[in-house]
Design a protein around this ligand. Sequence first.
Ligand code: UDP
Length: 140
Amino acid sequence: MAVTRTFSIIKPDATRRNITGAVTKMLEEAGLRVVASKRIHMSREQAEGFYAVHKERPFFGELVDFMISGPVVVQVLEGEEAMQRNRDIMGATNPKDAAAGTIRGELAESIEANTVHGSDSDENAAIEIAYFFKPEEIVG
Ligand code: UDP
C-alpha cells in the first residue's frame, strides 16, 4: 500500500460544538496523520470556488451559506491509501446512513451539517490541498 495524502475539512457544525479534537482523534485512530492544519473562516468566494463542482446542484446555495457560517479547520492527512481511509472513517454523506463508529455516524447533525469533508479521489485531493495550502505549510 502506498502512503498518500488527502484533504479534509472539519466543518462549522463541529467548530461550533467544540469537537474538532474529537474528530481529529478519530482520524488519527484510523491511521491518518495530520501533516498540515489551520483554522480559517472561508469567504463566500472561497467556498463557492471550492464547491464549484456542485454549483448546479439544488443544495449549492445552502451548502455555501453553511460552510461560511463559522470557522472550519482545513487539514492535510497522510497515511496508507489516505483518500479511501479517510472516506471510510467519515461514513456516508447522510448521517442517517452512516455506520456506527464513523465520524458522521457518531457526530454529524444532518446531511448538510455532516461534520467533515474529505476528497473523493486522489486527483481531487491534490487540487483541494493546493486550494488551501502552500507546499511549505505541509510538514510530513
Ligand atoms: N449536501 C447537502 N445536501 C445533499 C447532498 C449533499 O447539503 O442533498 C452537502 C453535504 O454537506 C455534503 C456536501 O454537500 O458533504 C458534498 O456532497 P457530496 O455528495 O460530495 O458528499 P460527500 O463527498 O461530502 O460525502
